[in-house]
Write a protein that binds this ligand. Structure first.
Ligand code: GRF
Length: 207
């Protein structure tokens, strides 16, 4: 078995994806260690989830810095101090800028609640309903300089039902998010993700 990779999780809010990662590690479905949970929002419920699980947390607020670059350099400093090898965005509500991207090239992943490239950005589930699609879902992707534009690692489709509200559709998608995010981290930690241009090749498990 490979060594246990350390991950840094960036959050801004509720933290249900963080919880899915915590639970998967606890249940030994995932061989990884959350080295730190970083939040730009001191009130994020994700911080409570992390503390409850005995995980170190840090709050780094953009407003405390003169420039976004300085804010991101502080994030990088904290991630490096904790020896994070993979950065997982889990409901982190900011665009990742160059200061983080250059330090963690092809080592930042994100979960998004739509089948990208459809409906990037905010309120993806609402966008899907308004467009009238019959199928939506979620995507785990590598993070690049765009908004939800990076190479796709895993996607999961869910049906959009006739009487869906934003809440019911979000709930159905969220169930899948929790599964594929853990799966993507597992693939990364087993070094089974190979980037070829903007395509991610998934290698078979070593037997
Ligand atoms: C999820 O829907 C995720 O796809 C999106 O933001 C939401 C975060 O939820 N990026 P949570 O904080 O993980 O509960």
């Amino acid at each position: 078995m490979l060594n246990t990779p350390k991950i840094g999780v960036l959050v801004s809010g509720r933290g249900s994806n963080l919880q899915a990662i915590i639970d998967a590690i606890k249940n030994k479905e995932l061989n990884a260690e959350i080295a730190v949970v970083l939040s730009d929002n001191p009130k994020a419920f994700a911080l409570e989830r992390a503390s409850k699980a005995g995980i170190e947390t840090a709050v780094i607020e953009l407003k405390k810095f003169k420039a976004k670059d300085d804010y991101e350099s502080e994030i990088v400093k904290t991630l490096k101090a904790k020896k994070a090898e993979l950065v997982c965005l889990a409901g982190y509500m900011r665009i990742v800028g160059p200061a983080i991207l250059k330090e963690f090239k092809a080592k930042i992943i994100n979960i998004h609640p739509s089948l990208l490239p459809a409906f990037p950005g905010l309120h993806a589930q609402k966008q899907a309903l308004e467009h009238g699609v019959k199928v939506s879902g979620c995507t785990v992707h590598f993070v690049d300089e765009g908004t939800d534009t990076g190479p796709i690692i895993i996607q999961s489709a869910v049906p959009v039902l006739e009487h869906d509200s934003e809440e019911t559709l979000s709930e159905r998608i969220l169930e899948q998010e929790h599964k594929i995010y853990v799966e993507a981290i597992k693939l990364f930690s087993e070094r089974r993700l190979v980037l070829e241009g903007r395509t991610v090749r998934v290698l078979s498990p070593r037997g």
